[in-house]
Design a protein around this ligand. Sequence first.
Ligand SMILES: [Zn+2]
Length: 363
Amino acid sequence: MKIELHKISVRELTEGYTDNAENGVRAYGGRLDVRPPYQREFVYKEKQRDAVIDTLTQGFPLNVMYWATREDGTYEIIDGQQRTISICQYVNGDFAFDMRYFHNLHDDEKERILNYELQIYICSGTDSEKLKWFKTINIAGEELTEQELRNAVYAGSWVNDAKRYFSKNGCPAVKIGSDYLNGSAIRQEYLETAIAWISDGNIEPHMANHQHDPSAAPLWQFFQSVITWVETTFRPTRERKKIMKGIDWGMLYKKYKDEVFDFQKIDAEVSRLLLDDDVTKKTGIYPYILTGKEKYLSIRAFTPAQKLAAYERQDGICTECGHHFELTQMEADHITPWHEGGRTVAENCQMLCRDCNRHKSGK
Ligand SMILES: [Zn+2]
């Protein structure tokens, strides 16, 4: 992998600046993809924008920016998107700073800005090298989500096609999936979820394998199958959908798609669990019903006061093994387990030593 520091002037950067619906924002003689068209909704705050121009005007240093080279020799911004847009818009006369537009400045002031040198690291290398590096530098960056970085690294025909389904406001994935997914399509979180579902969470190997596929239709078909399965299996009302967002539906679909469920029985079970105060994670209800694993429900824990009361009642003796322990060496346990109707109340609390507790709960 190669990372080189380049000094690029504002004059060079803003040359050929365009912003339109078809190509998004481009600069640096058209060779730099500043912001792809689907991200247009994403705006920098005025205050941050003014701070960038203030820095340029005074000749102070701006933080370094990062670009990546693409296969076709053009560039993509990895870090510095908003700063670049602010500079281009200002020089283009789109907004005024300190009451003056760029064309209102004196010639020497204009020159000073155009000659200002930006520090830009340009990175080229294998995809996995770039991704590792981007993740490191992006910690301090303001702009890209993890999936946006992956899209930059595994750019190609497959990602381009996948974006048609998953990456715009009002795209097909939003139309059918917004009740079941977290995040936003334009920030690539729908695409991220879809790839995680189809690949069991192995997003990057999946993208690497399919990078040059001519079409992402299999991904879209899989996504549709998952959503259709959720809707036909559970027939959720609007009320039920409130606890269906952000679940790993891909995993559940793969495991249970061939089973036949009684949707009315499931719904009765959902009602019961919704009313159970000890179920603290309501979005875990559907995964719990399918898998039977209590961990999804985050069953309410005993309070410190309840634990202390039980400890004193037992005189510090573990009720399983009969040995004495310090309070800090013990853990609270439901005497009657939650799934057998035991509540998280003082009378149902006992203190066990760690070994006995682990043994009892089969952890
Ligand atoms: Zn014990």
